[in-house]
Structures are given as structure tokens and as C-alpha cells.
Design a protein around this ligand. Sequence first.
Ligand SMILES: *[C@@H]1O[C@H](CO)[C@@H](O)[C@H](O)[C@H]1NC(C)=O
Ligand SMILES: *[C@@H]1O[C@H](CO)[C@@H](O)[C@H](O)[C@H]1NC(C)=O
Ligand SMILES: *[C@@H]1O[C@H](CO)[C@@H](O)[C@H](O)[C@H]1NC(C)=O
Ligand SMILES: *[C@@H]1O[C@H](CO)[C@@H](O)[C@H](O)[C@H]1NC(C)=O
Ligand SMILES: *[C@@H]1O[C@H](CO)[C@@H](O)[C@H](O)[C@H]1NC(C)=O
Ligand SMILES: *[C@@H]1O[C@H](CO)[C@@H](O)[C@H](O)[C@H]1NC(C)=O
Ligand SMILES: *[C@@H]1O[C@H](CO)[C@@H](O)[C@H](O)[C@H]1NC(C)=O
Ligand SMILES: *[C@@H]1O[C@H](CO)[C@@H](O)[C@H](O)[C@H]1NC(C)=O
Ligand SMILES: CC(=O)N[C@H]1CO[C@H](CO)[C@@H](O)[C@@H]1O
Length: 478
Amino acid sequence: LCCCVPAVSLLCLLPAAALARWACVRACPASCSCTQEKSCSVLCDRSAMAELPKEFPCEASAINLDKNRLKFLSERAFGTLPSLKSLSLDHNNISFITPGAFKGLANLVELKMAHNEYISYLHTRTFTGLKKLVRLDLSDCNLFSIPDRIFIEQTALKELLCFQNNFRRIPGAIRGMENLTHIYLERNKIEAVAYNSLLGLGSLRYLNLQENRINVIHDQAFQDLVRLENFYLNDNLLSDLPRLAFKGLVRLKMLNLGGNQLTNVSRTWFSDLVELEVLYLDRNQLLYIEEGTFENLTSLITLHLNSNNLTTLPFPVFQPVYFLGRLYLFRNPWECDCSLEWLKEWMESYRLVRDIPCASPSSVAGLDLGEVVFAKVNGTCVDPGELNLTTASSEVASTTENRFNSLISKLLQQELREEMGNGTESLRNGTLLDPQEGQLSGGAGGPPAGPSLCRLALFWMVWALLGQPDRLLRLLCT
Ligand SMILES: *[C@@H]1O[C@H](CO)[C@@H](O)[C@H](O)[C@H]1NC(C)=O
Ligand SMILES: *[C@@H]1O[C@H](CO)[C@@H](O)[C@H](O)[C@H]1NC(C)=O
Ligand SMILES: *[C@@H]1O[C@H](CO)[C@@H](O)[C@H](O)[C@H]1NC(C)=O
Ligand SMILES: *[C@@H]1O[C@H](CO)[C@@H](O)[C@H](O)[C@H]1NC(C)=O
Ligand SMILES: *[C@@H]1O[C@H](CO)[C@@H](O)[C@H](O)[C@H]1NC(C)=O
Ligand SMILES: *[C@@H]1O[C@H](CO)[C@@H](O)[C@H](O)[C@H]1NC(C)=O
Ligand SMILES: *[C@@H]1O[C@H](CO)[C@@H](O)[C@H](O)[C@H]1NC(C)=O
Ligand SMILES: *[C@@H]1O[C@H](CO)[C@@H](O)[C@H](O)[C@H]1NC(C)=O
Ligand SMILES: CC(=O)N[C@H]1CO[C@H](CO)[C@@H](O)[C@@H]1O
């Protein structure tokens, strides 16, 4: 029974603060400590408790029961606590929750039950009475599924944390929960995202599905997620995506598709993602990126394409390139022939790219693209592997150009090396973290200033000259 009745007349003589303190402490359970600062907090964590105390202070606004040995919650396990906002039961050994266990906690906002590894089943009426619940944590609880109607009263729910369970599909219970903003479902065993799995989630801003076993995504599965900003789909088993997979996600800022099995990137996938700033496509098996793929990504700052099977990257794939701040291309079997000449130039002028190890042609294998010197014959680039076939006829021109070209490369590389230092890239669970990402967000990737501009100008000058070897020779020889 609740004790929250106006205190007896004697107590009315006490000041309100003193009265509150008295009330909070008076009913403090034996193995807990109770503090009344702003509101009544009951701390019962790490006290080897196997059963709940008989009674909590009626004024309690927060109860912490973490790291005990609780096994069982009976109906109305906490009595009636009209002031309780936060209840934490993390790291216990709860294996059964009687339907209606939380009845009487009508104003509870946050319920934490993470790391109770023996909860594998929840009854439809588990959360009955929790009409104000905003945040629910059921992570690492060994759940295999939850009933579709379990959240029928939790219309205010905004954050649902269910990572590290055994779900094989996205719980139907979340469908249509229009106030949900954050869903954590990483490290489950989800295999597919059906067209109706995520219907009606119009407020969702964060969705984490990483480290599942997703191999199928139905067409238009994400169509209702019009406010989604951060989307983790990395480390799944995707080998393809529907043509219009991300259609309508106009607010998306970060999309992580790393660690899948994609081979082709279709130009239709990202056509609506006008606010996307960071795109991860690393650790796939990409062979081919369709021209125009990044065409509409006008906000893109960082693109991760490292650790794929790319051999070449046609220039038109990167139009428009002006907005990009960082481009990661390492760990790909690059074929450093003339088709990558543009990338080398870009690399040297803008410093947005580095680390492009060449796998072929054999004459440059093992070099970095930045070290490859593209020979020119009559102003036309000659692929490294073929050099020996063509040098004879125009030996003078090409060697002079080569020497000049290589001098410029060396100068630029020297500087590059000085700027790079070590450890610019750190791996977070296989996904590259960009240490500068945060700083880049305001209009990053614009033209480099100061010395870089000079380099750029120098570079284009040399380039223009190299395109006209006669002029270059005149310039060098007079
Ligand atoms: C936790 O509960 C399970 C099953 O209910 C039991 O097998 C296990 O011994 C309990 N562990 C502890 C530490 O009490
Ligand atoms: C949920 O959001 C809707 C608007 O989308 C709002 O009318 C409703 O009051 C919200 N529910 C709760 C319980 O906050
Ligand atoms: C990938 O693209 C190439 C070139 O267009 C095409 O030949 C191949 O069939 C595509 N593969 C897949 C799996 O779509
Ligand atoms: C880019 O957006 C425009 C206008 O919405 C659209 O017509 C075009 O097809 C998009 N490009 C790609 C590659 O999808
Ligand atoms: C990508 O390269 C890896 C290792 O080099 C290879 O095992 C894999 O089959 C390649 N994938 C494709 C699609 O070519
Ligand atoms: C280079 O140009 C000269 C004269 O224009 C021509 O004789 C020669 O065959 C050209 N060499 C090659 C490799 O095209
Ligand atoms: C040119 O060099 C490549 C290797 O760099 C070699 O395989 C090829 O036989 C050479 N061709 C001629 C005509 O010497
Ligand atoms: C760079 O790496 C070298 C060898 O790997 C190491 O000795 C040196 O301390 C590193 N420098 C910095 C600034 O981390
Ligand atoms: C930074 C980060 O997310 N690290 C996580 C990598 O994955 C392991 C387990 O797979 C986690 O324990 C780390 O927190």
C-alpha cells in the first residue's frame, strides 16, 4: 500500500525540505541507501540481493538495483510508487517477469533491464501500466522474440535498446510506433528486412542493425523513415540491394554499408540522399561502381571505399567531386594505368586521397599511385606496362618529361610525407574512423587554401605544359 498521505499533524510543523528528506529516508530498505537531494533516490546496487525489498520509500523517484541476484519479479513487484521516474535492474539474473510486475509505476520514464541473460521470454502484459515510458533497455537478455502487442500501452516510447539478443527478425512490436526516435538492434540474428518491418516509424532518427545476418532487404523497406539520420547496416550478409533501397531518406546523414558482400554499386541507390555526409562502403567486394552513383550526394564529406576489389575508378563516377573531404581507397587491387591518372592528380592537388597501392601493371606493382610516373608520348599518357613498346621512337621527349614529372612528384610527396605522420587512421571494429570528421562538417572539402592553392596552380601549369611537349621543351631548353 502506498504511504503517500499527508503526514500526521506533528510533521506539518517541519519545513517542506526536511519533511521530504525524512520521508525518503524513513522507509529506506535495509540494504539500500537513500538520498534526498533534489528528489528521493534509492541505491541498492551491488548488495547481493536475491529478493526485492518489501517496501520502497513512497517518494522514490529513482531506484537502482543493478548487479544483484534478483531472479523473479512478481505482480506489482514494486508496489505503488507514483513519483518513480527511473528504475534500473541491469546485471541481475532475472529469468521471469510476472505480467503486471510494473503496475503501480504509472510515471516511470526509464526502465533498464539490460544484461539479464536468462530472460528469454516476455509476456504480452509485461509492461502493463507503464504509459509514460520513454526509454526501455532490454539489451543482452537472450530474447528470441517479443510479442507483437507488448508495447500496446507504450505510445510515448522513444528509445528502444535491444542489442545483443537473439532476434531473427525485426520485432513486429515496433511497427507503427510513431514516437520512436532510436532503435538499437545490433548484434542479433536478423536475416531480412521485410517491406513492412519498419512501417510507420516517422520519427526515427537512429537505426542500428549492424552485425546481424541480413541478406535480404525488400523493396521500399525503409520508405517511412523520412527523418532517419544515422543508419547502420554494416557487417551483415548483403550481396545486393533493391534498386530504390534508400528512396525517400532525404534527412540521412550517415549510412554504413561496410562489411557486407556487395559487388556492384548501382546509381539508383543513393539518388535521394541529398544530405548524406558520410558513406561507408568499405570491406565489401566491390568490383564496379556505376557512373553517376554519387551524383546527387551533394553534401558528401567522407567516402569509404577501402578494402574492396576495385581495380579502377572512372573519373565520371566522381562527379561532382568538389564536395568531398576525404576519400579512402586503400586495400584495393588498383590497376595503376592511365585511367587512374586523374586520381593521381587529384591526390596530389587536394590531399583528400592517399594510400592507393598499385597491384598492376607489373612494372608498378607495389608502388603507391602517388609514386607512379605516367610517361607521355606526343602528349598522350602511356600505360606503365607498355612503356618498353613505345619509347624508342620518341625517347628524347619522354625522358625529359619523365624527369620533370618525377621531380614534381617527389617534391609533392616530400610534403605529403611530412604532413601525414603516422596513425592517421584508426580502426573501430574494422570500420575506419575519420579523426577529422567532426571538424569537417561545416563546408569541408572546399578548395584548399594558402600553400595548397599554390600547389594546385603549379600543378595545373605543369599539367598544361606536359600536354604540350613542344612548349615544355622550348621552356626547358631556352
Ligand atoms: C541465474 O539463473 C539461472 C537460471 O535461472 C541459474 O542456472 C544460475 O545459476 C543463476 N546464476 C546465479 C549467479 O545465481
Ligand atoms: C506520439 O506522437 C504523436 C504525434 O506524432 C503525439 O500526438 C502523441 O501525443 C505522442 N504520444 C505520446 C504518448 O507522447
Ligand atoms: C555488375 O555490373 C557488371 C557491369 O555492368 C555486370 O556485368 C554484372 O552482371 C553486375 N553484377 C551484378 C551482381 O549485378
Ligand atoms: C539525381 O536527382 C535528380 C532529381 O531528383 C534525378 O532526376 C536524377 O535521376 C538523380 N540522379 C541519380 C543518379 O539518381
Ligand atoms: C575479392 O577479392 C578477394 C581476395 O582477393 C577474393 O577472395 C574475392 O573472391 C574477390 N571477390 C570478387 C567478387 O571478385
Ligand atoms: C609522335 O608524333 C610524331 C610527329 O607528329 C610521329 O612521327 C610519331 O609517330 C608519333 N609517335 C607516336 C608514338 O605516336
Ligand atoms: C615490356 O615489358 C613487359 C613487362 O614490363 C614485358 O612483359 C614485355 O615482354 C615487354 N615487351 C617488350 C616488347 O619488351
Ligand atoms: C611513427 O612510427 C614509428 C615506427 O612505426 C615510431 O617509431 C614513431 O614513434 C611514430 N611516430 C609517431 C609520432 O607516432
Ligand atoms: C569502439 C567499439 O564499438 N568497440 C566495440 C567493438 O566490438 C566489441 C565486441 O564485438 C565491443 O566490445 C567494443 O565495444
